[in-house]
Design a binder for this molecule. Structure first.
Ligand code: UD1
Ligand code: CA
Length: 450
């Protein structure tokens, strides 16, 4: 089925009390707008049109960071949902197929539900996503006659009988694109809010003898975010769901409620996650990995058999091959740690390649930044980097080479060579005792004097 998305994201979100446009507030590491676009993207839409308004520049950037082909149109004044959808008219002028309207502040509508709407849109002219609300509050109400959706009445405009209806409008609509804009052209703003209501297209369609229906979903999917409290609720709901899915998929979470996942976190079967682990965006962890407590991962990949943490930090571009060890207080950024290599304690490995089975001693630092540019460090397979080695990049350590503890390595080291770069040790017999005696005498003199 040929589909296109229209995602409404122009609102300011006054109740967020924020400089940031509402749809850019993050849930599980991504702006809520991205959750909506990603759900719609599963339909493989021909076009994704984002209707921006408040903070349009930032909204555009966020949309393009996820989908560089997204079309962003700007609604300069927020005159209502129909007016907002109408901003996508030119962008979809040549599109022949089903338009799906989503809200950027309603991040959890599932791909399965959208698929059901697309299916329903093959049978009838307009499909609305409704839900049974525990507390219908100020939602628009769906007026059904049998299976036919007759109209939607906004809360403000509803009479008491209509307000008693609990089947509510989520805002998601599927409709043939050309028909959608045609119906919108008839929408006026003679209502309690003085806005152009998208919801009016149902009554207009029925007046033309067209068919409309409601598809329903669980209320959890239609959760909208209007305040920081609802943002926190949405985050909690996402996390609870994502943890449950991982457990179902065969991942062990020793303390699920303390593990934080991102929208796109992927974790393989039989991986064990200890308490208090945080996953930022862009993490994939293969099967049979052990992530120990208090580790923080983002933009990285961990291959099977590896052990990470406790207290490890994997930053964007960290690529851990099979059976690696990354231990406590180790930070890895933009670096490959090849198969079987170990970085067990207190190290920074950035812009680097660590060869297979290399052993990186405690306190090793890749000095990758000269204040202006970043430089690369290459450590060959089976190399042994002594504790507290400073590797001043760009530098290349050959396969099987060693560096002596405490060395500052500024030039390349040949394979199998030992590089030693530290002040030679000097030993003065009896000097420790003498020095102590001098110091003690000095202290005694001071105490007599005071
Ligand atoms: C809307 C629906 C209501 C439904 C509810 C679900 C209408 C008239 N009402 O009401 O039936 O129950 O959503 O949450 O459609 N937006 C724009 N430009 C505008 C107006 C809105 O981009 O000019 C965006 C908002 O940023 C928001 C979404 O559209 O993401 C919904 O707008 P909002 O004002 O929150 O609509 P509601 O009054 O909640
Ligand atoms: Ca709303």
């Amino acid at each position: 089925m040929n589909t296109s998305l229209i995602i409404l994201a122009a609102g300011k979100g006054t109740r967020m009390n924020s400089e940031l446009p509402k749809v850019l507030h993050p849930i599980a590491g991504d702006p809520m707008l991205v959750h909506a676009i990603a759900a719609g993207a599963t339909l493989d839409p021909a076009h994704t049109v984002v209707v921006a308004g408040h903070g349009a520049e930032a909204v555009t950037k966020a949309a393009h960071a996820f989908d560089e082909t997204a079309i962003v149109v700007v609604q300069h004044e927020q005159l209502g949902t129909a007016h907002a959808v109408n901003q996508a008219k030119d962008a979809l002028a040549d599109f022949d197929g089903t338009a799906i309207v989503l809200y950027g502040d309603t991040p959890f509508v599932s791909p399965e539900t959208l698929e059901r709407m697309v299916q329903a849109a093959q049978e009838v002219d307009v499909v609305v996503l409704g839900f049974e609300a525990a507390d219908p509050g100020r939602y628009g109400r769906l007026i059904l006659e049998g299976k036919s959706l007759e109209r939607i009445i906004e809360f403000k405009d509803a009479n008491e009988a209509e307000r008693a209806i609990t089947l509510c409008n989520s805002g998601v609509i599927a409709c043939d694109s050309a028909l959608l804009f045609d119906l919108i052209s008839e929408v006026d703003n003679n209502n309690a809010s003085g806005e152009y209501y998208l919801t009016d297209i149902i009554g207009l369609a029925r007046a033309r003898g067209l068919r409309a229906t409601a598809v329903t979903c669980d209320e959890a999917e239609t959760l909208g975010v209007n305040s920081r409290a609802q943002l926190a609720e949405a985050e909690a709901a996402f996390q609870a769901r994502a943890r449950a899915i991982l457990l179902e998929d065969g991942v062990t979470l020793q303390a699920p409620e303390t593990v934080y996942l991102a929208r796109d976190t992927v974790i393989g079967r039989d991986t064990l996650i200890e308490p208090n682990v945080v996953f930022g965006p862009g993490v994939t962890v293969e099967s049979g990995v052990h992530i120990r407590a208090f580790s923080h991962l983002e933009g990285c990949h961990v291959s099977r058999g590896s052990v990470v943490g406790p207290y490890a930090r994997l930053r964007p571009g960290a690529e851990l091959e099979e059976n690696t060890r990354v231990g406590n207080f180790v930070e890895i950024k933009n670096a490959v740690v090849a198969e079987g290599a170990k970085v067990n304690h207190l190290s920074y490995i950035g812009d680097a390649f660590v060869g297979a089975r290399a052993n990186i001693g405690a306190g090793t630092i890749t000095c990758n930044y000269d204040g202006v540019m970043k430089h690369h460090t290459h450590i060959g397979a089976n190399a042994f980097i002594g504790s507290n080695t400073m590797l001043v990049a760009p530098v290349h350590i050959g396969n099987g080479a060693m560096t002596a503890s405490g060395s500052v390595i500024t030039s390349d080291v040949e394979p199998d060579a030992l590089a030693l770069s530290r002040a030679p040790q000097v030993e003065k017999p009896g000097m420790a005792r003498k020095l102590m005696d001098i110091l003690k005498a000095k202290k005694a003199k001071q105490q007599r004097g005071s």
